[in-house]
Design a protein. Structure first.
Length: 124
């Protein structure tokens, strides 16, 4: 039986939405455009860290990012253009039961970013 992806893979996850909004910055929904920009900028710092690590010996073919579309759309586009391994979540953040972030439009969102992997987390 094939197990799927069978190469080394080191994913830097920063797809956390509620943790960044509430936990890190103390923001409450709905976020203002300024608050959204603050969260997005903080995620860019993490992405810049990955790019730096790649210049210092982290194997490019095994390194990737996991970032959300809400705050990381620009990051996902850039990473794909650079040929990096990308992953993004399909689920709504902080739900006890799985639900797609964009409802019936989840396919269109995946198609727009064409990530290498999709994360679908379910709380136990």
């Amino acid at each position: 039986m094939a197990i799927g992806y069978d190469k080394p893979l080191y994913i830097l996850p920063f797809d956390h939405r509620a943790s960044f909004e509430k936990g890190l910055f103390g923001f409450t929904a709905p976020l203002t455009p300024e608050q959204t920009a603050v969260v997005a900028a903080s995620k860019k710092v993490v992405y810049d860290g990955l790019k730096l690590a790649l210049t210092q010996g982290v194997p490019r073919e095994a390194a990737g990012i996991l970032v959300d579309e809400q705050f990381g759309a620009e990051i996902l586009r850039d990473a794909r253009a650079q040929g990096y391994i990308t992953a993004c979540p399909a689920e709504k953040s902080g739900q006890n039961e799985f639900d797609f972030e964009y409802g019936d439009k989840f396919r269109e969102h995946i198609a727009e970013f064409k990530p290498t992997f999709i994360k679908a987390l379910r709380q136990l």
